[in-house]
Design a protein around this ligand. Structure first.
Ligand code: S3P
Length: 429
């Protein structure tokens, strides 16, 4: 994909449904009693992987564009391995579901997913009574489920919504109280959705999530809010390009996901939220961005991203690194070692690409220090097969001098297949 510098982003961004919420709603609807009609379902390839796995498990699914209808069913043993594709969320949360079923199943993934750590779900699910074998802690996974799992009290060794969710799904079939404690809050869509689909989940002030099993989900209709992580690339491009005006309606604004908006504001962006409402327990609103950064003095503390803030920024960190290269004084990201275990090693990939574009970057085991403001240079770059790297560096390309070519950029289909078409439609040189 060849990208050229542009002067502005202008117009209205139509946004497909949130990927994280779509995965969860599909799994919930499959396990629920009755029928669910889901509108604005994510167009991401990852969510199609979740639907096709559910289909293999005997769930009846009708899909017409972004509308998905699911008839809740008793899952049945799959004839073939369940292909999770590139999707860590599919593999990790589905394993939680399958841990509680009275049959065995095998989960496989592509090369990237096959190199990602799975001990984090294997350990708690085995404590609950499932048997899971793996390739030295990595996929493929062979899950021997049981409909007699035990409830557990478990402290997560890292903030992970996927692990928390796998445990909560497994807990639905247990008799007793399951508690999952996090040290900093990861995205809480599963908790909000369970409460909306008839299962009471309580999170207390010390971040302990409690679910009393057995508990039955009840199907219903839901509209998925727009994907704030997809919106982030357009918001960043609009704020970096003076004379831009961008409006995005119905964006999911869950605070465990939308923290990057506060960071961008602290870095001088003009971003406002309108029509803030609650839909199906999730905050949703219109995001309006006016281009150009205010030349404010940015406090040292606001140029450092670390600690409890990191889980709420996790998927936006490569993009924050790109934007950080334009911030006076530069930025630093720490406590983000989890980025090394995503679809690619995102600390490495970000450092390599930013350096190629002429930016001075220091790489740590758990983060990056990025010098700014840097005049970026258009050069050939790699996506590392990672959708978020491809999109973050497409934004870098828009503000660089000269054209940038990103190889393997079609991986954007994993979360945002419309990305390049929408970018083309909203940019003007
Ligand atoms: C996700 C959780 C996060 C995130 C991923 C999606 C989810 O991963 O990075 O893109 O939908 O639960 P972790 O749970 O590993 O932090």
């Amino acid at each position: 994909m060849k990208l050229h510098p542009v002067n502005r982003i202008n117009g209205h961004l139509p946004l497909a449904g949130d990927k994280s919420i779509s995965h969860r709603v599909a799994l919930i609807a499959a396990l629920a009693s009755g029928y669910s009609r889901i509108t604005n379902f994510s167009s991401a390839q990852d969510c199609a992987s979740t639907l096709s796995c559910l289909n293999q498990l005997g769930v009846e699914i009708e899909r017409s564009g972004n509308e998905v209808r699911i008839h809740g069913a008793k899952l049945r043993s799959p004839a073939d391995p369940l292909d999770c594709g590139n999707s860590g969320t599919t593999m990790r949360i589905l394993t939680g579901v399958l841990a509680g079923q009275n049959f065995s199943s095998k989960l496989v993934g592509d090369d990237s997913l096959s190199s990602r750590p799975m001990r984090r779900i294997i350990e708690p699910l085995e404590l609950m009574g499932a048997k899971i074998s793996s390739n030295d802690g990595k996929p493929p996974l062979l899950v021997e489920g049981s409909n007699d799992l035990r409830p557990i009290s478990y402290k997560l060794p890292m903030a992970s919504a996927q692990v928390k969710s796998a445990i909560l799904f497994a807990a639905l079939g247990t008799h007793g109280r399951t508690q999952v404690k996090e040290s900093s809050l990861s995205r809480d869509h599963t908790e909000r959705l369970f409460n909306g689909f008839g299962v009471n989940v309580i999170t207390d002030h010390d971040l302990t999530v409690t679910l009393d099993g057995p508990a039955q989900l009840v199907g219903g209709d839901i509209r998925i809010p727009g994907d704030v992580s997809s919106a982030a690339y357009f918001i960043a491009a609009a704020m970096l390009l003076p004379n831009s005006t961008l409006t995005i309606d119905s964006v999911g604004l869950n605070p465990t996901r939308a923290e990057f908006l506060s960071v961008f504001r602290k870095w001088g962006a003009n971003i406002t939220i309108e029509n803030l409402q609650t839909e199906h327990n999730e905050p949703v609103g219109t995001v309006v961005v006016k281009g150009g950064l205010n030349s404010i003095e940015i406090a040292q503390g606001d140029r450092r991203l670390d600690g409890a803030q990191i889980p709420a920024l996790i998927d936006e960190l490569p993009l924050l690194a790109v934007v950080g290269s334009q911030v006076a004084g530069g930025i630093e990201i720490r406590d983000a070692g989890e980025l090394r275990h995503k679809e690619s090693d995102r600390l490495r990939a970000t450092a390599i690409n930013l350096r190629k574009m002429g930016c001075e970057v220091e790489e740590y085991e758990d983060g990056l220090a990025i010098d700014g403001p840097t005049r970026l240079i258009g050069v050939p770059l790699e996506s590392f097969g990672d959708h978020r790297i491809a999109m973050a560096f497409s934004v870098a390309a828009l503000v660089a001098d000269g054209p940038t070519e990103i190889s393997g950029a079609d991986c954007v289909d994993i979360s945002f297949p419309e990305f390049f078409k929408l970018l083309d439609g909203l940019t003007a040189s």
